[in-house]
Design a protein around this ligand. Structure first.
Ligand code: GLN
Length: 540
């Protein structure tokens, strides 16, 4: 029988519910249990694909092409549970489905209501992940308890325990113990209130995980236990970690969360092996060196806009035992102050995926700077487009070359829409999305992967225009990876120490336990560059 854990959040958002959920998944998986992970988001967008990173951080893409919440990235980085479209539901997706059924006459004349129709739809979304081979489904509820929009989800998970039986469903509530600097105290009242709100709805949490930036005393935990009606041993503390988010599973394991869950859900006895994870944390704590890498984008002030890129760089740092210092560079600052000022001294430059005009010229100039100075360059998706534009303009003499995404009337559309995307008007879920095969020919990418064909995830509309391939090649750009239908997937500059740009998003497949080969090779090239072992490239 599949068991269920529901994870809710209280007091404030951004407590790290995704990280905690991923960590719980890891602990159970390392105990030999088969798990599935899921996120339910209370907003009305059908998926986050159409949302601005300012609103919602990065859009995380799955193999099946689903555009999902960035917490699914944490799930994949922490554990190996397969993720699909059923792993992320929003209020919009739930309502979409209910309204479609209503229009098709499926409700046989009934009045369609939040309870039971919306709540039934939510429960059936959770049911999708059950199965004979699944021991535990972990479902994270987005938002904060007390929000109007989370209510149908909370009502549905309350009913879920009634439906499946008390031994088969448990609730974990992640909450905040705020620190008041003026009085020098950590406060428990907001947590009491938040649990009070949950109990009003009919949910009694089985475990509380208290986030705090300062240590808390046993007395406070006793008090929380008493007021929140949660056994003392099930009140855990998740203090801010010092070095890395990858410490969180160790913090929870030390407080025996794995054992608490297994006894609460009557899961088999067992031992949790997190030795590999301890090794990772050890490597993060004691790097042998550091390297500075610039990530030039337009959302640098946001932690979450390039989340998977930052994580993938950190993973390769673990592999090379080197701390990667990321210099987040605003590509508009490159336009205003010049590449020398903004990028001076870095040992690698990465231009990530992006959309739209703002900052694009700064990105093109970042590519020029990397090319002329022999600095390792890694372009991802939009970062490949700007690499192509740079060579077209500065080396092929096509001064006005551009992507038609930015300049539809450019005389030299080196990046353009190919036929399949030309007539698309619906914006949601219509890009070239998800895992596609890429065939590699000799070059650095093929060396890195060590094979001829790879599968990588995509999220884009625009492509390298095949009509310009020869001219680009005459100026040093080699296409070293292609899709099965001959679209350019990887370009390289063999005349440069390390210059690779890809149309796909390798960052979505990097894990701390298995860093991505392209990121590994890029970080290795940056380390070599910083050691001064590379002579400055020809800089044509
Ligand atoms: N905006 C570009 C496109 O749609 C690149 C997308 C991306 O970088 N993810 O093709």
């Amino acid at each position: 029988m599949t068991k269920h854990i529901f994870i809710t959040g209280g007091v404030v958002s951004s407590l790290g519910k995704g990280l905690t959920s991923g960590s719980i998944g890891l602990l159970l998986q390392q105990r030999g249990l088969s798990i599935r992970m899921q996120k339910l988001d209370p907003y009305l967008n059908v998926d986050p694909g159409t949302m601005n990173p300012f609103q919602h951080g990065e859009v995380y893409v799955l193999d099946d092409g689903s555009e999902t919440d960035l917490d699914l990235g944490h799930y994949e980085r922490f554990c190996d549970a397969p993720l699909t479209a059923d792993s992320n539901y929003t209020t919009g997706k739930i309502y979409h489905s209910v309204i479609r059924k209503e229009r098709a006459g499926k409700y046989l004349g009934q009045t369609v209501q939040v309870i039971p129709h919306i709540t039934d739809e939510i429960k059936s979304a959770v049911d999708q992940l059950r199965g004979d081979e699944v021991d535990v489904v972990i479902t994270e509820i987005g938002g904060t308890v007390g929000d109007i929009e989370s209510l149908p989800f909370l009502e549905a998970i309350r009913q879920f325990r009634l439906d499946k039986g008390p031994d088969n469903v448990m609730y974990i509530h992640l909450t905040l113990l705020p620190y008041l600097r003026a009085s020098g105290e950590v406060k428990t009242k907001p947590t009491q209130q938040s649990v009070g709100k949950l109990r009003e709805i009919g949910i009694q949490p089985d475990v509380l995980i208290c986030r705090t930036e300062k240590p808390v005393t046993g007395d406070m935990l006793d008090k929380i236990s008493l007021f929140c009606n949660v056994p003392r041993e099930a009140v855990l503390v998740e203090e801010d970690v010092e070095h890395s988010i990858y410490e969180v599973p160790l913090v929870l394991k030390r407080q025996k969360l794995d054992e608490l869950i297994c006894s609460r859900l009557a899961l088999p006895e067992g031992a949790t092996d997190i030795s590999q994870w301890e090794g990772i944390v050890e490597a993060i704590k004691s790097p042998k060196g550091t390297v500075d890498i610039a990530v030039a984008g337009k959302y640098i002030e946001l932690q979450d806009a390039y989340k998977s890129i930052y994580e993938a760089l950190a993973h390769s740092g673990i592999t090379h035992r080197c701390k990667v210092n990321i210099r987040r560079v605003d590509s508009e600052a490159i336009e205003e102050q010049g590449a020398d000022v903004v990028l001076g001294g870095v040992s690698g430059i990465l231009v990530p995926g992006g959309f739209g005009e703002r900052g694009v010229e700064g990105k093109v100039d970042a590519v020029r700077y990397a090319r002329e100075n022999g600095i390792p360059y890694f372009g991802i998706c939009y970062g490949m487009h700007v690499a192509v534009i740079e060579t077209a303009r500065n080396l092929c003499g096509l001064d006005k070359a551009h992507s038609t995404e930015i300049d539809p009337d450019t005389p030299d559309p080196v990046i353009c829409l190919l036929d399949k995307q030309k007539n698309v008007v619906d914006m949601g879920g219509t890009m070239r999305l998800g895992a596609q095969k890429c065939l590699l020919t000799n070059g650095k990418a093929k060396d890195a992967y060590g094979c001829d064909a790879v599968s990588e995830r995509h999220r884009h509309r625009y492509e390298l225009n095949p009509g310009y391939r020869d001219r680009l090649q005459s100026q040093g750009i080699q296409v070293t990876g292609e899709s099965e239908d001959s679209l350019a997937e990887v370009i390289e500059r063999p005349d440069h120490p390390w210059f690779v740009a890809v149309q796909f998003h390798p960052e979505f497949q990097s894990k701390p336990t298995k860093s991505h080969p392209l990121f590994d090779q890029f970080v290795a090239a940056a380390i070599e560059h910083s050691a001064g072992r590379v002579s400055v490239a020809s800089g044509k």
